[in-house]
Design a protein around this ligand. Sequence first.
Ligand SMILES: O=C(O)CCC(=O)C(=O)O
Length: 236
Amino acid sequence: MSITQESFHPRLNVKKVGRDSFLVENFLLAEGDVDEAAETLASVDQQVQYLARDDPRMQFRIYGKSVQLPRDKAVYGEVVVDEEKKERIEPFYKYAKDTPRVESWDFEDSVFKRMAEQVFVRGGRQVCNHLVVNQYRSGDDYIGDHRDKDETFVPGSSVMTISLGAERTLRLKKFKGRKIGKTKSLLLKPGSLFVLGPKTNAKWKHSIPKSKRVLGRRVSLTFRSIAARRTTSTIQ
Ligand SMILES: O=C(O)CCC(=O)C(=O)O
């Protein structure tokens, strides 16, 4: 199931970043009057509903202290509703004690579902069922060094992130125990796709660090293929 350089559509300019990681700068089209990245961002802005930063499910812990999430976040994906049993079944990306629920991306003109389809068609033929939208309002917003917790991923699947809005740097750091080894920096331009393969995720941490040089807001769409499911009641 792992993605290779050849998995991508031939018109795409695919750069190898690591053993199984790639950067595709022209994933969304920018030709003549078409600016697919800007159009996609406008649709995301219309359709997305971010969770409040002070929502308890958005808190994370640093050295035992509860801290507010330093960005906006929303979670979408393939949700199946069983009206008779009053149950909803969603892909379960287990990364926190209180993982927020997945909102269905199955609605009219859904940009989330459309982009998931494009990841399959133009990208690595990987069916993704889960999306995290992250909004970095300015260079002060960030995501710290982390590895994706892959216990509930489809084995061997990659994580695919489309970037929209302002350019930001993605930093990859190889850790030897607590010591930082090699580092790599990639400029994530609007319309690009970053593919993080399972081998790279196992050996390297990634982050979007704070930056004083960033002009404006960035929104990222991170698609994953999740094998686990969580069943909850439709009665809230
Ligand atoms: O915004 C990005 O490009 C990175 C997002 C990310 O690392 C994550 O959601 O785990």
